[in-house]
Write a protein that binds this ligand. Structure first.
Ligand code: SF4
Length: 58
C-alpha cells in the first residue's frame, strides 16, 4: 500500500487553496487532533480570501 499521499477524502474547508470541490489536493497534510476535532495545519487561505483570514479555532 502506498501511504505517501494525502488520504483526505472530503474536506469542508472550501476557503483553503488546496480545496477543490470539497476534495483536498495537497500532496500531504498535517493534522492536529484535539479531543474529537481534527484541525488541518496545512490549511492555507485561497488567494481570493486574502485579508480575510479565518481566526484559528481552538
Ligand atoms: S489542506 Fe487541509 S484544509 Fe486544505 S483542503 Fe486539504 S485537508 Fe482541507
Amino acid at each position: 500500500m502506498n501511504d505517501t499521499t494525502s488520504t483526505v477524502s472530503r474536506c469542508d474547508a472550501t476557503t483553503c487553496r488546496f480545496n477543490s470541490d470539497m476534495k483536498c489536493e495537497a500532496g500531504q497534510i498535517e493534522v492536529s487532533l484535539s479531543g474529537q476535532q481534527a484541525q488541518c495545519l496545512t490549511f492555507s487561505p485561497a488567494d481570493d480570501a486574502q485579508g480575510q483570514r479565518p481566526v484559528a479555532q481552538q
